[in-house]
Write a protein that binds this ligand. Structure first.
Ligand code: IPM
Ligand code: MN
Length: 350
């Protein structure tokens, strides 16, 4: 019996969470997977009402769960940064969810802005380090608010942190068995300390994986190749900041925020799954937002829990629906179906 925590969150978060868990439930029933859910009222509304962002008691409960599903965080009346840092980043850091897994896969029938590229060209996975780098929050101000102000934000790389991340990426590349190529996306030519360590660890761990081809791509060139030759990539491993940036580019080439899913994992303990998109406040409650990314994240949750077959079914149902051409446009309000109907179609497709 799995215990799954739900953080529907803000804006359209609750709507997409409902559809994601509808499909999750349907797949679980087919496979005889038993689970119970616990819902947490966390997000902008709670913060505005009580001043609480993520109470310690909730954080402690989250630690004990098999998985967490998060809809979206972000509220127009809350200053940017409070909820992002206080909820999303806090859960990633406190639960030590050191892998952020972001597949970049163009489904058949989905338009990509890349000319002459199709589903056979755009199918790779980005493994983003999720607990260190420029996100560590170490730094400070000196003489803040004066013309002599100094602001420092440190990029932290630890041997342990890089090692476990690249090892995960090597293992994933092997398991995926596509072209057996792992690309390190870094800036070793300029970040001659932080990414020197990164590269050395990438090479050192790579000795345990003689079957995996190693490639190096400097981050700026990576963005160029993701557009020009996305077919070159199989698995990309990268630091937190670069991973943040290149996965938005990845989401766009796979058809947009309507389809991009992600998982924050600690392979040894719990994990949190979420669509990459935000809370899209202006669509709140309209039943118009595309839930496919959210459903995809629920599929990833099944995979993480060890149910690869169920996960594959969810992915196939999404893929079949998109290939059918029924959904005319992936954008909110332009799908020709409601959020709920798209969830139903995917659930039926299982
Ligand atoms: C993401 C988001 C977050 C990040 C923000 C909301 C803190 O952009 O998940 O990519 O920067 O990691
Ligand atoms: Mn981001």
């Amino acid at each position: 019996m799995y215990k799954i925590g739900l953080i529907p969150g803000d804006g359209i978060g609750p709507e997409v969470t409902r559809e994601a868990m509808k499909v999750f439930g349907a797949a679980a029933a087919q496979e005889g997977i038993k689970y119970e859910t616990v819902e947490y009222d966390v997000g902008g509304d709670r913060y505005l009402a009580t001043g609480e962002v993520l109470p310690d008691s909730v954080l402690e409960e989250l630690r004990g769960l098999d998985a967490i599903y998060l809809g979206a965080i972000g509220h127009p009346d809350v200053k940017p940064g409070i909820l992002e840092k206080g909820i999303l980043l806090k859960v990633r850091f406190e639960l030590d969810l050191y892998i952020n897994l972001r597949p970049v896969k163009l489904y058949p029938g989905v338009p990509t802005p890349l000319k002459d590229k199709g589903p056979e060209d755009i199918d790779f996975i980005i493994v983003r380090e999720n607990t260190e780098g420029l996100y560590s929050g170490i730094g400070g101000f000196l003489k803040r608010g004066t013309r002599d102000e100094v602001a420092i934000q440190e990029m932290i790389n630890t041997y342990k942190g890089v090692e476990r991340c690249v090892r995960y990426a090597y293992e994933l590349t092997r398991k995926r068995n596509k072209t057996n190529t792992l690309t390190s996306c870094d800036k070793a030519n300029v970040l001659t300390y932080a990414h020197d360590l990164w590269r050395r660890v990438f090479d050192e761990v790579g000795e345990d994986y003689p079957d995996i081809k190693k490639e190096y791509a400097i981050v700026d060139a990576t963005t160029m190749w993701m557009v020009k030759n996305p077919e070159w990539f199989d698995v990309i491993v990268t630091c937190n900041m670069f991973g943040d940036i290149i996965t938005d580019l990845g989401a766009m080439i796979q058809g947009g925020m309507g389809v991009a899913a992600s998982g924050n994992l600690n392979p040894e303990s719990t994990a949190m799954f979420e669509p990459i998109h935000g809370s899209a406040p202006r669509y709140t409650g309209k039943n118009q937002i595309n839930p496919i990314a959210a459903v995809g994240a629920a599929g990833m949750m099944l995979d993480h829990l060890g149910h690869a077959d169920a996960a594959a079914k969810v992915e196939k149902s999404i893929s079949d629906l998109l290939a059918s051409g029924k959904i005319k446009d992936l954008g909110a309000g332009r799908m020709g179906y409601t959020t709920e109907e798209v969830g139903d179609l995917i659930a039926e497709g299982l």
